[in-house]
Design a protein. Structure first.
Length: 288
């Protein structure tokens, strides 16, 4: 398993201007910070510049002065930045329904250190997965929903918000949470909530998508991880996975392959977000 970088991460963005790379790298050079990884991209259509740098040789006790000096240096370029210290472990809340494959995979990856995060709570609209979550020593919240009582959804979502904000979560993961979030909740979680779904959308909407895919004789199955927004399953895409299939794959085999791809794709998207590798550029993402 690849060892995670245990240094500083600087992620910044701003308008496309001459000298944007130089102002960042020169500042780090002047401070004696050794750069171990560097990525930058200029979106000429959006006229936005993005840069991500991993570096070391900055004492933790010097970070406040470092932040202030960097903010002053970047101000003429109208650049916003985020500085992540070594060892930072973002707090996360996971939302699930009945399917356990993505949740189980995320719990395993946290336990083994493959995902550097601190799962503070799991929220579900069904009671089925409580034993799994409790076994990992994580807070469990069951907030049921009923199609017979749609008027209760605002109350349920307020309870969800209380858990997310009360835990201090930086990221919410919809690990096969089979409920459509309200526009209000989507807006509150803008840029910090990741959803996973099968890439067969929008061709096979509704129930039993893999059975629909089998009936059509598909040759590819996959999954898409994206940030949520007001448009159902149409938020900015972070990661996608795909695998070839053929006529010999029956519906249950497509389901099995789909679950594997969903787990891998969601884990990759979460890792990229946690490591500050994802930037929003309009309705698209820049992923380093």
């Amino acid at each position: 398993m690849t060892t995670a970088f245990d240094g500083w991460i600087l992620a910044a963005q701003g308008p496309s201007r001459l000298g944007t790379i130089d102002v960042v790298t020169r500042f780090l050079f002047e401070r004696g910070c050794y750069v171990t990884e560097h990525h930058s991209f200029d979106d000429r259509l959006e006229r936005r510049f993005f840069i991500r740098v991993e570096f070391c040789d900055l004492p933790v006790e010097a970070q406040e002065e470092f932040r202030a000096a960097l903010a002053e240096r970047l101000a003429p370029f109208s650049m916003e930045f985020e500085l992540v210290p070594p060892g930072h472990k973002p707090k996360v809340v996971i939302m699930v329904s009945k399917a356990d494959h993505c949740l189980n995979d995320l719990l395993y990856r946290q336990r083994t250190g493959a995902l550097n995060m601190d799962i503070r709570a799991v929220v579900s609209n069904h009671p089925d997965l409580e034993p799994l979550v409790r076994a990992h020593g994580i807070d469990w919240h069951h907030f049921p929903l009923s199609a017979d009582h749609p008027e209760r959804k605002p109350v349920q979502e307020r309870r969800v918000i209380e858990v997310i904000e009360g835990s201090g979560a930086e990221l919410t993961i919809l690990a096969r949470y089979m409920q459509v979030l309200s526009a209000e909740l989507c807006q509150r979680l803008d840029g910090r909530a990741i959803n996973i779904h099968h890439s067969l959308l929008p061709g096979f909407k509704g129930a039993r998508p893999y059975h629909q895919a089998y009936a059509k004789g598909v040759k590819l199955v996959g999954a898409t991880a994206h940030y949520i927004n007001d448009d159902l399953d149409e938020g900015p895409i972070i990661a996608q996975g795909v695998e070839a299939v053929d006529h010999a794959h029956y519906p249950e085999e497509l389901v099995s392959k789909g679950r594997d791809i969903e787990c891998l794709t969601l884990a990759r998207a979460v890792k990229q977000h946690l490591e500050r590798r994802v930037f929003l550029s309009g309705r698209r993402t820049v992923v380093f």
